[in-house]
Design a protein around this ligand. Structure first.
Ligand SMILES: N[C@@H](CCC(=O)N[C@@H](CS)C(=O)NCC(=O)O)C(=O)O
Length: 211
């Protein structure tokens, strides 16, 4: 039985999981949960994903939610070790990978998702009048501050966890792409040259293009 991914592929972090499935050529079935119709809010759905969010997977009866945890599981099960996650015996590589993974959550997603939720998501929900410029400024400054660090890291190495492409690069794609949609083209504009070199490379991979 192929792995079932329950998610909403157009504007959610379901895309992160899809990208990993494509990157590793894993057969899967995508089951659409229409977030715009609130299909993720009922009790039956919450029995599978207690926060009433997408995505989750059902791998032959094994249920798992949280997109990053799902990606680790897929990478370990479907040949991603040594390709997008490090060999667990290489403890220094693992340490650098975990460092990068922590940076993504604490230094990138916090600012990027804050900006995207306050601007782009409010626009597509039809409530642009609720955009609060003070909140936008807060997240904009938070992200800009962190991107200085990203520029320094990426001027010394090809990818965020070292010189090899990894799952942590994939973790940046979803909010990275939405930043541009939101009108904050920090990554691709060339303003931060090393970030733009990295961004152009990771966002043009066939797996992400397909997603
Ligand atoms: N940390 C969770 C976040 C899940 C999440 O925020 N899902 C969003 C889409 S990216 C969602 O379901 N939004 C609809 C809602 O919360 O009503 C993960 O990575 O899976």
């Amino acid at each position: 039985m192929v792995l079932k991914l329950y998610g909403y592929a157009s504007i959610t972090c379901t895309k992160t999981v899809l990208c990993v499935l494509e990157e590793l050529n894993v057969p899967y079935e995508l089951i659409n949960v229409d977030v715009s119709k609130g299909e993720h809010r009922n009790q039956e759905y919450k029995a599978k994903q207690p926060f009433g969010q997408v995505p989750y997977i059902d791998d032959d009866g094994f249920l798992l939610y949280e997109s990053r945890a799902i990606c680790y599981y897929i990478a370990r099960k479907f040949g991603g070790i040594g390709r997008i996650i490090p060999d667990p015996l290489d403890i220094q590589k693992v340490a650098r990978f975990e460092q990068a993974a922590s940076v993504e959550v604490t230094s990138f997603e916090r600012g990027a998702s804050g900006l995207v939720h306050e601007t782009f998501f409010k626009r597509i929900k039809g409530i642009p009048n609720e955009i609060n410029p003070t909140i936008v400024e807060h997240y904009r400054m938070m992200l800009e501050n962190k991107l200085e660090g990203y520029e320094a890291i990426l001027s010394r190495q090809k990818y965020i966890a070292g010189d090899e492409f990894s799952l942590v690069d994939i973790f940046h794609l979803f909010y990275g792409a939405l930043l541009k949609e939101a009108g904050f083209d920090y990554l691709g504009s060339g303003y931060y040259p090393s970030i733009t070199r990295w961004w152009n490379e990771i966002s043009s991979r066939p797996s992400w293009k397909k997603v």
